[in-house]
Design a protein around this ligand. Structure first.
Ligand code: ZN
Length: 292
């Protein structure tokens, strides 16, 4: 697999490439704007030119995935919030398109005071309109619904939720799923042994279709199977464990797919020494690869 991590774009998106190289990444996941704010100033021609120059300097750092802001909630029952979310999501995809990013991953959303069904319909409506309205501005950017832990009124914890949205929108090459190991596990799908992994993948295939998976988030889980709690842990230090990740790493179906860490990039070790956790996590994952 192509392994990478969430990389900071502080100082400009173009800076992510050199940082990703330093973090030993093969691929990177970035935010193109603050992940906790609605608005961002548009990318300038200079921003885009700088980014494209850096992308050309590091042609082996691919694919580039963009994570949409966390505030976006296109499952919202509030029409104003829905519209605001839709426009913010469209802006994310257009920014990603300007940077020729391969993927934009977003959290399907929370139905809040509405119902589950209404929430799913609201998401499908947003995604359908999104794909249509960004077909020209982001023709090569695939929009990915992320699998979720199922916390609270969050949608996307059950494979059926994602299947419903994908079916409502209809077949589209620019629409797929981002499989987050922590979220899927917390939602109740076991992946820790070859048998449970195979069963979960078979279930995903039956409900959604494995061909819909476009990229992965590799996070271990602080909480146990089925906890519905979304708390990432470093690889091998949580409830999934190294054996769970070995199932993905050695699955030939994912050989060319990208997986990104979304954990803290550093940790304070003994004696106050800063440990680069991206290095540690990526090395741990690479060691799981069985070669003959
Ligand atoms: Zn994730």
């Amino acid at each position: 697999m192509r392994l990478g991590a969430h990389i900071s774009t502080a100082g400009g998106a173009f800076k992510a490439f050199q940082r990703a190289r330093e973090e030993t990444c093969d691929t990177l996941l970035i935010f193109t704007k603050s992940n906790r704010q609605w608005a961002a100033k548009p990318l300038s021609d200079e921003d885009i030119a700088n980014y494209r120059r850096a992308a050309a300097e590091y042609p082996d750092l691919r694919p580039v995935a963009v994570h949409a802001a966390y505030l976006i909630n296109v499952a919202s029952p509030d029409p104003e919030l829905w519209e605001k979310s839709f426009l913010a999501l469209k802006d994310e995809v257009e920014r990603a398109g300007a940077l020729e990013a391969d993927f934009v991953t977003f959290h399907p959303g929370s139905y809040m005071t509405g119902g589950e069904q209404a929430g799913l319909e609201a998401i499908a409506r947003a995604v359908g309109r999104l794909l249509e309205e960004t077909a020209a501005s982001a023709p090569h950017t695939v929009v990915c619904l992320e699998t979720m832990a199922g916390q609270g009124t969050n949608l996307g914890g059950m494979f059926e939720h994602l299947a419903y949205i994908l079916n409502q929108v209809g077949p589209n090459d620019r629409l797929g799923v981002c499989f987050d190991t922590c979220h899927v596990f917390a939602a109740g799908y076991d992946i820790r042994t070859p048998e449970t992994y195979a069963a979960t993948m078979a279930e995903f295939d039956r409900v959604i279709g494995l061909d819909k998976i476009r990229c992965f988030h590799f996070n271990d889980s602080k909480h146990e199977l089925g906890s519905m709690k979304d708390r990432h842990e470093h690889i091998g230090r949580g409830q999934i464990g190294l054996a769970g990740f070995a199932n993905f790493i050695n699955d030939p179906r994912w050989a060319d797919f990208a997986a990104h860490l979304e954990t803290e990039p550093t940790m304070e070790g003994e004696d106050g020494v800063t440990i680069n956790m991206n290095h540690v996590n990526l090395a741990a994952l690479r060691e799981l690869k069985i070669t003959d």
